[in-house]
Design a protein around this ligand. Structure first.
Ligand SMILES: [Ca+2]
Ligand SMILES: [Ca+2]
Ligand SMILES: [Ca+2]
Ligand SMILES: [Ca+2]
Length: 453
C-alpha cells in the first residue's frame, strides 16, 4: 500500500463512520411513509438495505414515481459515489389502504469523499387515469398535480329527523369531513322544493309527509359528496273551536232546563263537552262526532246569578276556549228595551230592595226607595241616580227624564239674580261716595274765600 493509498483509505473509513441521515419524505398528502427517517451505518460494508413502508389512504390505486436526492457537505459533491436503488420500478402502482413495502438498497463506493451525506427519497404520486372524466375538470387533473381525496358528506348528527308542521327542524351536517382539506360548502335540498346552506341549518314544512333530504358537501378542491336522509313531518293536534251554547237565561229554581253545546275540530277529531254550571256541579259528555249537538239539562236549587262555563276537548286532549253564559234564577232582572241592565236584590229580606247589580260592569251599587213607592238606582256608583224603577209595573226608565235635565234648576236662577243685585248695590254706593267728595271740596273753597274777605 502506497502512502497515498493509506491516506485515501482512512479518509474513506472516516466517511463511512459518519452517520448517514436519511429523512424520507412524501410529496403527497395521504401518503404515509414509515419510518420517516432513520440512520444507516455503512461501516463494515459499503452496502446495506432498508424497508420503507408506504401507505396510500385514498380510495383508488395511484401511480407513484420514486426519486432520490443526495446532498453532501463534502468538499467535492460526490453523489455518484452512493448508488440508491429500489425494489419497485418507477413508476409503480400503489394500491389503496394497504401497507406496501419498498426495499431501499444503498451502495457506497469505496473511494467516495468523507463527509455527511443526506439521502432523501421522494414519492410523487398521481391518480390513475380514470375511465370517465367525472371530475368535470376536462382531464386537467391527470398531470402531476396531487390527487384530491373527495370529502365525505354526513348528516347523521341530527337523525332521526322528525317534527310537526310549521316547526323548525334543525339539520346537522357537522359529521361531514375531508381528510386532505376542508369543506367549503354545505348545500341542503329539503325535499319540498326548498334549499338551504350551512353546516347546521333549519327548515319548516307546511304540510305533513315524509321528505327526502339531500346534503351535498364540497371540499376546497371542488370535489363533492352527498348524503341522503329523510324527515317525517306530522300534523300537530289542533284544539276544537269554542262551543256554541244555547239554553234559558232567566228561570226559577228547581226547574230542569235544557242546554245544548256544539263544536267542530280542524282535525275531524271526536269531541266531548264540559259544563260547569256555576253552582259547584259539572256535566261531562261522552265523545261525539264533531258538529253533533250535545243535549243536557240542569236545575239550580237556590236563587242567584250563575255563570255557566262550557268548553270542548278532542280525543288528543286539545282543549277549546271557554264559552260563558249568565243564568238568572229567581232574580228580579231589570231591562231597558229588552236589554238586561242588571238586577236588584233584597239582601236582608225585609221586603225592600237594597242593592243593584250592574250586569255590564259586575259592580253592586245603591238603590233608594222613594215616597211614591219607586226606587232610584245609581247604576255606575258615581252617587248620581241613573234609573227609576217601578216595582208595581216592573218598568225601568232612565233618570232624570230628559226634559227635566234640559231645564236650568231654580237655584241656578236664584244665584244669578243675587249676583246681579249685589253688583248694582256696589255700583250705586261707589257713585254716591264720588258725589259726596265733590260737594265737600266745594264747601271748603267757599269758606276760604269768605275768610280772605
Ligand atoms: Ca379533499
Ligand atoms: Ca284536534
Ligand atoms: Ca232590604
Ligand atoms: Ca250614577
Amino acid at each position: 500500500m502506497t502512502k497515498h493509498n493509506v491516506i485515501w483509505y482512512y479518509f474513506t473509513l472516516l466517511c463511512l463512520l459518519l452517520s448517514v441521515s436519511m429523512p424520507l419524505s412524501a410529496t403527497e398528502q395521504g401518503i404515509i411513509v414509515k419510518p420517516s427517517s432513520f440512520t444507516v451505518d455503512l461501516i463494515g460494508g459499503c452496502n446495506t438495505t432498508r424497508d420503507i413502508t408506504v401507505r396510500w389512504t385514498g380510495s383508488d390505486t395511484i401511480q407513484c414515481f420514486i426519486s432520490t436526492n443526495i446532498t453532501s457537505d463534502c468538499p467535492r459533491n460526490d453523489s455518484e459515489g452512493i448508488n440508491v436503488t429500489y425494489s419497485e420500478p418507477s413508476p409503480f402502482d400503489l394500491p389503496s389502504n394497504v401497507d406496501y413495502t419498498v426495499e431501499m438498497k444503498i451502495e457506497a463506493a469505496i473511494n467516495i469523499m468523507p463527509g455527511n451525506y443526506t439521502i432523501t427519497t421522494n414519492f410523487s404520486c398521481e391518480a390513475e387515469e380514470p375511465e370517465d372524466d367525472d371530475e368535470g375538470d376536462g382531464g386537467k387533473g391527470r398531470g402531476r398535480s396531487p390527487a384530491n381525496i373527495p370529502p365525505v358528506a354526513d348528516a347523521s348528527a341530527g337523525e332521526l329527523y322528525t317534527g310537526y308542521v310549521d316547526e323548525e327542524i334543525t339539520f346537522n351536517g357537522s359529521k361531514s369531513s375531508d381528510i386532505d382539506g376542508t369543506i367549503t360548502e354545505w348545500s341542503w335540498d329539503f325535499g319540498d322544493g326548498n334549499n338551504g346552506t350551512g353546516e347546521v341549518t333549519s327548515h319548516n314544512y307546511s304540510t305533513p309527509g315524509t321528505y327526502n333530504v339531500t346534503l351535498t358537501v364540497t371540499d376546497n378542491d371542488r370535489n363533492t359528496d352527498t348524503y341522503k336522509t329523510t324527515v317525517i313531518i306530522m300534523q300537530a293536534n289542533r284544539p276544537p273551536d269554542s262551543p256554541l251554547v244555547d239554553g234559558v237565561m232567566l228561570g226559577n229554581k228547581t226547574v230542569e232546563y235544557a242546554y245544548t253545546a256544539v263544536s267542530t275540530d280542524p282535525d275531524n277529531d271526536t269531541i266531548r263537552y264540559f259544563f260547569d254550571w256555576g253552582d259547584g256541579t259539572n256535566t261531562i259528555s261522552g265523545f261525539l262526532e264533531r258538529r253533533l249537538i250535545y243535549n243536557t239539562s240542569h236545575n239550580w236549587t237556590t236563587s242567584g246569578v250563575y255563570t255557566v262555563r262550557v268548553y270542548a276537548e278532542d280525543k288528543n286532549n286539545g282543549v277549546s276556549g271557554t264559552t260563558e253564559m249568565t243564568v238568572f234564577i229567581d232574580v228580579n232582572v231589570l231591562f231597558i228595551d229588552d236589554v238586561i241592565q242588571g238586577y236588584i236584590l233584597d239582601t236582608d229580606a225585609d221586603g225592600i230592595y237594597d242593592i243593584f247589580h250592574n250586569n255590564a260592569t259586575g259592580d253592586e251599587t245603591d238603590v233608594e226607595l222613594q215616597n211614591n213607592g219607586n226606587y232610584l238606582i245609581d247604576g255606575d256608583g258615581d252617587t248620581m241616580w241613573d234609573y227609576e224603577y217601578d216595582p208595581e209595573t216592573n218598568v225601568l226608565v232612565s233618570y232624570p227624564p230628559l226634559e227635566e235635565e234640559d231645564m236650568a234648576p231654580w237655584y241656578v236662577l236664584f244665584a244669578l239674580i243675587l249676583v246681579v243685585a249685589i253688583t248694582v248695590i256696589i255700583f250705586a254706593y261707589f257713585l254716591h261716595s264720588i258725589k259726596k267728595q265733590k260737594r265737600d271740596k266745594g264747601q271748603k273753597k267757599k269758606k276760604a274765600i269768605k275768610k280772605a274777605k
